[in-house]
Design a protein. Structure first.
Length: 756
C-alpha cells in the first residue's frame, strides 16, 4: 500500500504542475482544458484523502492517543530561542507530510511545545493530521484561484469571422464568433441586419461537456452587395450566470461589386480577330452576388461563361462582323440569391462598370450588301459593294440567286455590282445570293470561300417591337406605349386593332413605323397591363397581318419619400438629438448632432440606484438625461418629445406633437412634405422597463432601447401603406412593414413630432 500511496503522491504533484502550466497559459488553452485538468486534480485529492481517512481510522481504533498538559505554575521568561522553536515547529508540520516511514517511527512519540509556563505534549498522530489538513487547505486554495477567474469571467468574444470592419467575401464560410468562456445559449438573443435567412448553430469544444463557446451562422442567401452587416447580441452571459447579461454589436460589411481591371481585347484595339472571345478581368472573384449585362452596339450572339474566378468570358456563338467597330457597355446588377438553388431573391438597379471599344479585321472582299432584312420591296435592285476594284468577269461568273431570277448585271463603278430583276420579286419570299469562292480583285486578291447573304421580300405585317418591353416591371405610370411594325401600315387600321387591358383612354401618334399610344391620365400603380394588336392590320406594300400580337408589363409600386438628409449618430445615446438635427436641416436650419446637444435643455439630476434598478433620476420631458456616451452609474438616456418640440420652436421651425397617433395620418403628413421624429423601442435591445421617479416624485416611464428615427416616406396607398421608410441615426435608411413599425411605436403610445 505504501508503494501505491507514494505513486499517487508523485502523480498528484505532476498534475499540480500541469495545472499550473495550463493556468499560466490560459490565453493559449481553451477553458475546457483547464476545467478537465482541474477535475483530474480534484479526483487525485479525493482518492488521497480517502486513503488518509482509512489509515487515520485504523490508528485511532488500535492506538488511542491523548493530550498531556503540564502547568509548571511558575511564570518564565521567554527563551531567546522561541523564534527558532516556532520555525522548527513549522518545518515539522509541513516537511515530508506523507512520509509513511517517519509516520510509523514517530507514531508513539509526542512533541513537546513550551508556551510560557505551559508545556503541551501532542501525539505525533495529531501533528500528522494537521499536516494533511494543511495540504488539503493548500490544494483547495490552489484550485479556487485556478477556477475563480474562469467561472466569474464575462464572455467577451476573442475571435470573429469576418473580422470587425472587414468584408465577408465568401458565403461558403459561416459567420463565426468565439467567446473567452462558455455562454448560456438558451437566453442569448441574436439580431442581424440586414435580416438574412440562415441557421445559427452552437458548437461545443468537447462533445462530452455541456459548454458552448462558439456560435456560427450558415447563410441560406447572399447579402446584397455594399451593405453594413450588424450582429447584435442581447442577454449575453456566461454558462454559470455569475455575471449580468450584456449587449454587444459586431459590425462588418458585405462584399462590394467587382471592378473591371482589364479586358481582352484591350480598349481601342484594332484588327481584332472575328472569332476571339471577349474576356473581362476583375479585381475579385465573380459570384452569385452580382449579375452581368452587356449592351453591344452591334447585335452579337454570345454565351456568358462564369466560373467564380476573377474573370468572365463572353464566348462567341458566331463570329463577329468583319471590319466593324464594336462598343460594349458592361453593366453590373447587385443581387441577393439563395445559396443552394441560386434563385434570385432581390435584384438592384444595373450599374455601368466600364466600356470596351475595338475594331475587327476588315472583311476580305465585301464591303456592303443591299437589300437586307425581312421587308425588302419587290422592286428592289441587288447591289454589292466590294472593298477593292474587282475583276468583273470573275464576279459575274461566280454570281447566283436562289430562287432563280431573270435579270441584268451592271456595274456602277469598278467596285459596285448591281443585279436588276427583269420583273418585280414575289412577296414573302426568301432569297439567297451567292458568290462562289475564287472571285478576284484587280490587285490580285482571291476569296477563299463562298460569300452568301440572304434577304426576304415583304410579307404579312408583324409587330417587331414593344415599349415597355414584354414582361417589363416597375414601368413608370406616366409612360407611353410604343408598338413598332416591320413595315409601313395603314395608321387607322392599326389604331383600330389596338386594345389595352385594363382599359384606359388615350391618343395616338406616329414616328415612322412606330405607333405611339399616350394615355390621357397616368397608369395605375402596381398594375399589370396587356396591350394587344388584333390581326387584320392593313399594309401599304405587303400583306395584311394574319395573327394577333400582345405584350404585358407591370407598373411601378407607389413609393413616396422626402429628401431629408441622413445623419449618423457618433455617440451612443444621441439618437433623439441626431433625429432633430435631420429635420431641422430639412427645414432650412443647418444643424448637427452636437450643435443641437449643446443648445438643448438638460436635466443634470444625478441618479440613485438600488441593485440594478434606477430609483430616481432626471426628467426627459424637461431636458436631456444621462451621459451621451453611456458613462456613469446609470449610463445615458436622452430626451422626450416636449424637449425636441420646444427646441425646434426656439429656432423658428413650426411643429406639433401627436400622441396615440396612427400610420395613415402619419403617411398623409409625410406626403404633404412634413417629416416626423418618432419615439419607440429600437427592436434589438431587450425592451425591459427601467422607469424611475424624479426627486419631486414625478413618475417617468422609460424602456430600455428607447430610440428615435425620422419618418421620411412610405410604400403603397397613403391611406393604407404597406411599409414605412425611416432615416435611422444608428442603422441608416430603413424600410419597415407597418405591423413591425406599429409594434415598436406602441412602446411610447405612438408619439411623434411633425415638422411643418
Amino acid at each position: 500500500m505504501n508503494k501505491y500511496v507514494y505513486n499517487l503522491q508523485i502523480a498528484f504533484i505532476t498534475a499540480l504542475a500541469l495545472f499550473s502550466s495550463l493556468h499560466a497559459k490560459v490565453a493559449e488553452y481553451e477553458f475546457e482544458v483547464v476545467f478537465i485538468s482541474g477535475c483530474i486534480i480534484s479526483v487525485f485529492i479525493l482518492i488521497f484523502d480517502i486513503l488518509t481517512i482509512i489509515r487515520c481510522v485504523y490508528i485511532v481504533i488500535n492506538r488511542k492517543k491523548r493530550f498531556n498538559v503540564i502547568d509548571e505554575g511558575k511564570r518564565r521568561r521567554v527563551s531567546k530561542k522561541v523564534i527558532y522553536k516556532i520555525k522548527n515547529l513549522l518545518v515539522k508540520l509541513f516537511i515530508n507530510p506523507f512520509n509513511l516511514k517517519i509516520f510509523r517511527k514517530k507514531l508513539n512519540n509526542k512533541i513537546r511545545i513550551n508556551l510560557w509556563k505551559i508545556h503541551i505534549q501532542i501525539p505525533y498522530l495529531v501533528i500528522w493530521i494537521v499536516k494533511i489538513l494543511a495540504f488539503n487547505a493548500f490544494a483547495a486554495i490552489f484550485l479556487f484561484n485556478g477556477y475563480r477567474k474562469q467561472f466569474t469571467t464575462y464572455p467577451n468574444y476573442y475571435a470573429v469571422f469576418p473580422k470587425e470592419d472587414e468584408i465577408w467575401n465568401d458565403y461558403q464560410k459561416p459567420i463565426e464568433i468565439s467567446f473567452s468562456v462558455p455562454i448560456d445559449k438558451d437566453i442569448l438573443i441574436i439580431n442581424m441586419a440586414p435580416e438574412t435567412k440562415g441557421d445559427w448553430e452552437f458548437e461545443k469544444s468537447f462533445s462530452f461537456l455541456p459548454f458552448i463557446r462558439r456560435i456560427k451562422f450558415y447563410p441560406k442567401e447572399t447579402i446584397y452587395p455594399d451593405q453594413d452587416i450588424m450582429i447584435y447580441l442581447t442577454d449575453l452571459t456566461n454558462h454559470f450566470h455569475t455575471m449580468d447579461g450584456g449587449e454587444h454589436l459586431i459590425r462588418f460589411y458585405s462584399i462590394s461589386l467587382p471592378d473591371v481591371e482589364s479586358t481582352t481585347p484591350e480598349n481601342e484595339a484594332a484588327d481584332v480577330p472575328i472569332d476571339q472571345d471577349i474576356i473581362i478581368n476583375l479585381n475579385q472573384k465573380d459570384g452569385s452576388y452580382v449579375a452581368w449585362n452587356f449592351d453591344f452596339n452591334i447585335e452579337t450572339d454570345y454565351s456568358l461563361i462564369r466560373d467564380n474566378e476573377k474573370y468572365i468570358i463572353l464566348g462567341l456563338n458566331e463570329n463577329l462582323k468583319q471590319g466593324e467597330t464594336y462598343e460594349i457597355d458592361i453593366y453590373q446588377i447587385p443581387l441577393s440569391t439563395n445559396i443552394e438553388t441560386l434563385e434570385i431573391i432581390k435584384r438592384g438597379e444595373k450599374v455601368n462598370a466600364g466600356k470596351i471599344k475595338f475594331t475587327t479585321v476588315t472583311a476580305p472582299m465585301i464591303e456592303s450588301f443591299e437589300p437586307t432584312g425581312t421587308t425588302v420591296m419587290p422592286d428592289s435592285q441587288i447591289k454589292i459593294v466590294f472593298d477593292n476594284e474587282m475583276n468583273k468577269d470573275s464576279v459575274e461568273s461566280a454570281f447566283s440567286i436562289n430562287p432563280e431570277t431573270e435579270g441584268e448585271i451592271t456595274w456602277e463603278d469598278d467596285r459596285t455590282f448591281i443585279f436588276t430583276p427583269s420583273e418585280s420579286l414575289p412577296k414573302e419570299t426568301h432569297y439567297e445570293i451567292t458568290f462562289k469562292q475564287g472571285i478576284k480583285s484587280i490587285v490580285g486578291g482571291t476569296s477563299e470561300e463562298d460569300i452568301i447573304y440572304t434577304f426576304d421580300t415583304i410579307g404579312a405585317v408583324r409587330v417587331i417591337g414593344w415599349s415597355p418591353g414584354y414582361g417589363a416591371t416597375n414601368v413608370r405610370i406616366g409612360s407611353s406605349i410604343n408598338i413598332t411594325f416591320d413595315q409601313t401600315v395603314d395608321h387607322t387600321s392599326a389604331q383600330e386593332s389596338f386594345s389595352i387591358s385594363p382599359a384606359i383612354s388615350g391618343n395616338f401618334s406616329w414616328n415612322g413605323n412606330t405607333m405611339i399610344f399616350t394615355p390621357s391620365s397616368s397608369l395605375a400603380y402596381s398594375t399589370q397591363y396587356t396591350t394587344t394588336i388584333q390581326s387584320g392590320v392593313k399594309t401599304v406594300y405587303g400583306y395584311d397581318s394574319r395573327q394577333s400580337f400582345s405584350s404585358t408589363f407591370t407598373t411601378e409600386t407607389n413609393i413616396f419619400s422626402l429628401s431629408v438628409p441622413l445623419y449618423r449618430q457618433t455617440h451612443a445615446f444621441t439618437c433623439n438629438i441626431t433625429a432633430v438635427a435631420m429635420v431641422l436641416s430639412y427645414s432650412g436650419v443647418p444643424s448637427s448632432e452636437m450643435s443641437v446637444y449643446n443648445n438643448i435643455a438638460k436635466d443634470n439630476t444625478p441618479c440613485t440606484i438600488a441593485g440594478s434598478d434606477i430609483i430616481t433620476w432626471g426628467n426627459p420631458h424637461a431636458g436631456y438625461v444621462g451621459n451621451i456616451d453611456g458613462a456613469g452609474e446609470c449610463g445615458g438616456y436622452g430626451i422626450y418629445w416636449e424637449v425636441a418640440s420646444s427646441y425646434m420652436s426656439s429656432v423658428g421651425v413650426s411643429n406639433r406633437i401627436y400622441t396615440g397617433w396612427n400610420v395613415a395620418d402619419l403617411a398623409r403628413e409625410v406626403q404633404n412634405g412634413h417629416p416626423a421624429v418618432i419615439w419607440w423601442q429600437n427592436g434589438w435591445a431587450s425592451p425591459y422597463d427601467k422607469s424611475w421617479n424624479t426627486p419631486d416624485g414625478q413618475y417617468i416611464r422609460a424602456i430600455n432601447g428607447m430610440h428615435s428615427e425620422v419618418v421620411i416616406g412610405f410604400i403603397g396607398p397613403v391611406d393604407n401603406p404597406t411599409h414605412i421608410i425611416t432615416n435611422d441615426p444608428w442603422r441608416g435608411r430603413r424600410t419597415l412593414t407597418v405591423s413591425y413599425f406599429n409594434s415598436l411605436w406602441g412602446y411610447f403610445n405612438r408619439t411623434a413630432v411633425v415638422v411643418y
